[in-house]
Design a protein around this ligand. Structure first.
Ligand code: OGA
Ligand code: MN
Length: 380
């Protein structure tokens, strides 16, 4: 049985899609024994210890954004994936609630853009949190329709990604959140990328039956800059493939607080999220009570305390949801947008498109666009 996932891919033809379907399957559930769990694993022939640069970020700077001292981070690379880095939950205990509240309450606010804007007026989507907080306290199933927060599928920040043209542009830009910019700068500096400039963000909101289709993130104009990803809430399986769909991907768990960095030769690899899974004991929201163990906020801290009331709403939402944030630098130093989308982006977009899909859609071949309401089914 343990060989199941490996045996699936021997035939070669779109090995990625085969493994995506393998891990997405509900009945019978797949064998998860090939999935790497960095929260438990030790370096091996596949899992490599990663060297970080603790001198790039002082302990105080790290703590201001809610991170442990860099020397304490558990960071790994993967054999065969140069430039890929996995950091197993480097957050300080008690700082998750701040970042989770930013993702659920603050970042969905205007002027940021979300999937609900595609078919609702700005006045209807300007207080997603306020309109959802009460509904979320009522047991699920006893109420209809779902709250706006439960229908949220994506939010874009900074240079707002255009799902139709698969481009960013100078004329659709709003200020990138300063706190998330600081967090991204600290993490990338520790990983050997000083001067990273967070310019665009995509937040993906997953319910327990959501998935994210196979795609490459290539719309950014400077691929020498890393792509940063971090997750909160429920766990997921992340598949990291190669430059071709025939390359069989490696499966790994992503738990709450985990971070990934895709850079260098791993910057443009196929990847996907076939499945959301319940967070294992020790990784659930109830283990992250706000501020119980955060010392009084130091000067210049971006991490603030979260009210009990807000945290209650967050934990209820996260009982069945996952949030992922990807942060991207779009332009290289001194670079500006071309007048029209580059030929590369136009011709390659269809081949590399990812998409969110709800349970069951993959099998039916239905690939809705990101812009449509509840399904978050998207093209990345
Ligand atoms: C993306 C992406 C991964 C995730 O948004 O491009 O790959 O874990 N997200 O949600
Ligand atoms: Mn991606």
């Amino acid at each position: 049985m343990a060989k199941m996932a490996a045996a699936m891919v021997e035939s070669g033809e779109d090995a990625f899609r085969k493994l995506f379907k393998f891990y997405k399957r509900r009945n019978p559930p797949p064998d998860f024994s090939d999935v790497i769990d960095f929260s438990r694993s030790l370096p091996s022939d596949k899992i490599l210890p990663a060297a970080l640069d603790p001198s790039a970020v002082s302990d105080e700077e790290a703590a201001r954004v809610g991170l442990q001292p860099v020397r304490d981070w558990r960071a790994f690379g993967l054999q065969g994936y140069p430039g890929f880095l996995f950091i197993s939950n480097p957050f300080l205990l008690g700082t998750h609630p701040f970042w989770i509240t930013q993702c659920l309450k603050t970042y969905p606010q205007k002027p940021n853009v979300c999937n609900l804007d595609m078919h609702m007026s700005p006045s209807e989507t300007q207080d997603i949190w306020g309109q959802s907080a009460h509904g979320l306290s009522t047991p699920a199933g006893k109420r209809e329709p779902r709250t706006l927060l439960e229908r949220l599928r994506w939010v874009t920040l900074g240079y707002h990604y255009n799902w139709d043209t698969k481009t960013y542009s100078a004329d659709h830009h709003t200020a990138f959140p300063a706190d998330l910019h600081s967090l991204s700068s600290r993490v990338t500096a520790a990983c050997g990328f000083p001067g990273f400039n967070a310019e665009a963000g995509i937040l993906n909101y997953y319910r327990s039956d959501s998935s994210l289709g196979i795609h490459v993130d290539e719309s950014e104009l400077d691929h020498s800059r890393p792509l940063l990803s971090f997750s909160f809430g429920q766990s997921s399986i992340f598949l990291l493939g190669g430059t071709r769909r025939q390359d069989p991907p490696t499966a790994m768990y992503m738990h709450s607080g985990d971070m990934m960095l895709m850079s260098g030769q791993s910057r443009l690899l196929y990847h996907a999220v076939p499945r959301i899974l319940p967070a294992p004991e020790g990784h659930t929201a109830s283990h992250m009570d706000p501020c119980s163990s955060v010392s009084p906020q130091q000067d210049g801290s971006v991490v603030e305390s979260v009210s009990e009331e807000d945290w209650k709403v967050c934990t209820r939402y996260l009982q069945s949801s996952r949030v992922n944030v990807t942060v991207r630098q779009v332009l290289g130093p001194g670079q500006s947008f071309p007048e029209t989308p580059s030929p590369l982006q136009r011709t390659d977009a269809g081949q590399t498109a990812g998409y969110h899909e709800e349970h069951g859609e993959e099998e039916s071949g239905k690939r809705k666009r990101r812009g449509s309401c509840d399904s978050a089914d998207a093209e990345t």
